[in-house]
Design a protein. Structure first.
Lengths: 232, 364
């Protein structure tokens, strides 16, 4: 149980693939123009991560270490193809919106990184859970960044959620403010880089803050130093 | 007796940052006044809005960073940024444009990198580029210069247009933009670029009313405003606030490029004097590229830096998507500053020239 808690903490915060490892930045920066796009790509990546971690963990004892990377990549590619075909079938509009970035999940270093660093050394259950938590951490950052950019750029949230979740989700759209001239910088790539930088800065600030609180609590008793010489 | 020890350079007249920045602002005055004369009171309103925004932003962020904000504001660097940004944007742009741009310039481009002396990019130009790519419509609403416009406008009109979008008499900015023929007017560079793109020759394009000035091919307002900034720039060089290397490098390169291309095909490529006196190249050369923080620090480096900016200005003006390019060129070259500084290190007095091998590493 403790192990699972540790995996959750590592995936969502301490070792977050997007904020700390800075892996998979290409899709992260390219598709987060809206919250829905971010959520869609995050879920696709999570599915691939769970699948690939499980499979790599199953075969970990039979894979010769010299050719493990090509094998891992083929497993990942198989799962990406499955996800791509599923999205093509059930969320076609979103599939078109995300475009090349769905097949590019294969090259997301976060996935091969987890396969190599965790799944190839641990049991099936733990590996699957690790994949899920890492995927959730990645998805969370995609949602935050997508929401931030969509809010600044268009003044809306959840625009186009029906592409992912079905027609009922059209009512999810929240218009925070009306604008005639969208803030293009937030929607264009520079906005992604700036937003990502601000998110990382925010995480570091929170970490420092927590550390200071812990340090203040743990402060051991200070021994007063008695001055034995006179003031010089 | 108390002998004060100070490191070189030993100047007789010690100038602090505040004095230098105030001199630069003073040198901008002739140009700013001419710009106000030609484009109306909007320019001064924008300058005031920008100054208020930068002072508030700078104070707030320095307070967050737990630094002394009084001395930081007294060094006038933020105010100079505000003035440069405000005179770059169209005088009648809505108020939130200049507020957003100034906030971005100070908060993101300057303070997030560590404040004065640490910013990689020129804050005013980064703010301008942010506005230009974000709000292309508002950022291209230049009015026709005084004397060519159909409707005149006074100080109240400027305030009304900036804050509500309509003048006192209810004219929208689109109506104010029309000239005496009732045709909407573009800036000289834009006019020539569009005309040439429509298969007019360069000599035909400069017969349009906006070029109706003393020298053929120069916009009515831009020639006088450019001369105003040139005057201020020469004053700065005389006062040794800036060196001649960057302006000379930049202006020469643009003009040489223009002359070569116009010899090759004078129907399509405008002349050197056209590039020199239209657009923002003069103010860019003397006031923007010479920013002491984000420019090169060695004299040889400054020449290279200026020349490269001049080159990019010509390339983007001629083949790029935007009519003018000083802001883009300065930002591109800001990125190259560490590299240029590295390869143009001056020889230390008493030492032989630095020998570097192919990888640029000192052999000794």
């Amino acid at each position: 149980m403790n192990e699972l808690k540790e995996l959750t903490w590592q995936g969502l915060w301490k070792n977050n693939p997007a904020l700390v490892q800075l892996l998979g930045l290409c899709p992260l920066l390219a598709v987060t123009a809206t919250l829905t796009n971010g959520l869609g790509l995050g879920l696709a990546t999570t599915l691939v991560l769970i699948g690939s971690n499980t499979c790599v963990s199953i075969i970990r004892n039979w894979v010769p270490s010299e050719i493990r990377i090509p094998i891992f990549v083929m497993i990942i590619a198989a799962f990406v193809t499955i996800v791509q075909l599923l999205m093509n079938a059930y969320t076609f509009k979103l599939y078109q919106a995300l475009g090349i970035f769905i097949p590019l999940i294969v090259t997301n270093c976060a996935i091969i990184g987890r396969a190599e660093a965790y799944a190839s050394k641990n049991t099936i259950g733990k590996s699957a859970f690790d994949g899920f938590m890492m995927g959730m951490g990645f998805t969370l950052v995609l949602i935050l960044l997508g929401g931030f950019r969509e809010l600044l750029g268009y003044g809306t949230l959840f625009d186009g959620a029906n592409l992912l979740l079905g027609d009922w989700a059209t009512s999810l759209k929240i218009t925070v403010f009306e604008t005639d001239s969208p803030f293009l910088l937030a929607i264009l790539p520079p906005g992604a880089f700036l937003g990502m930088g601000l998110l990382i800065a925010l995480k570091n600030v929170l970490d420092n803050h927590m550390e200071n609180i812990f340090a203040a609590n743990k402060k051991s008793k200070v021994v007063e130093r008695a001055r034995v010489t006179t003031e010089s | 007796m108390n002998f004060k020890l100070a490191s070189s350079p030993h100047q007789h007249v010690r100038r602090n940052t505040g004095q230098v920045m105030r001199m630069v602002i003073l040198a901008l005055l002739p140009g700013v006044l001419l710009q106000t004369w030609f484009f109306g009171w909007g320019t001064l309103v924008q300058v005031m809005l920008a100054i208020i925004t930068v002072v508030v932003t700078e104070a707030a962020i320095l307070e967050l960073r737990k630094k002394d904000f009084e001395s930081a504001i007294k060094d006038y660097s933020a105010i100079l940024t505000a003035v440069l940004l405000a005179i770059s944007i169209p005088p009648f742009a809505p108020w939130w444009i200049v507020v957003l741009g100034s906030f971005f310039a100070i908060a993101i481009v300057k303070q997030l990198y560590g404040g004065l002396g640490f910013n990689v990019f020129n804050p005013a130009m980064a703010g301008y580029v942010m506005l230009l790519i974000s709000f292309p419509v508002q950022m291209t609403q230049w009015l026709p210069p005084a004397g060519l416009a159909q409707y005149s406008h006074n100080f109240n009109d400027a305030l009304y247009v900036i804050f509500t979008g309509f003048s006192v008499d209810g004219f929208s900015i689109a109506q104010l933009k029309t000239d005496y023929d009732g045709v909407t007017m573009a800036t000289p560079l834009d006019t020539a670029k569009t005309a040439i793109a429509q298969n007019l020759t360069y000599s035909e394009s400069i017969e349009l009313p906006i070029f109706d000035s003393l020298v053929p091919g120069i916009g009515v307002a831009s020639s006088w405003i450019s001369l105003g900034y040139l005057l201020g720039g020469l004053y700065l060089i005389k006062q040794k606030v800036i060196n001649w290397h960057i302006p000379v490098g930049m202006l020469t390169t643009t003009v040489v490029c223009a002359i070569i291309m116009s010899i090759a095909d004078s129907d399509v490529y405008p002349s050197g004097i056209f590039h020199l006196l239209n657009g923002s190249i003069i103010i860019g050369a003397f006031f923007i590229a010479t920013d002491p923080v984000s420019a090169c620090t060695t004299n040889k480096g400054r020449l290279v830096f200026g020349a490269a900016i001049g080159f990019w200005v010509y390339v983007i003006r001629t083949w790029g998507g935007y009519p003018d390019a000083v802001a883009f060129a300065v930002l591109i070259m800001n990125m190259a500053v560490p590299l240029i500084d590295y390869y143009t290190r001056p020889r230390t007095y008493g030492h032989s020239p630095i020998k570097t091998n192919k990888r640029g590493i000192n052999d000794e």
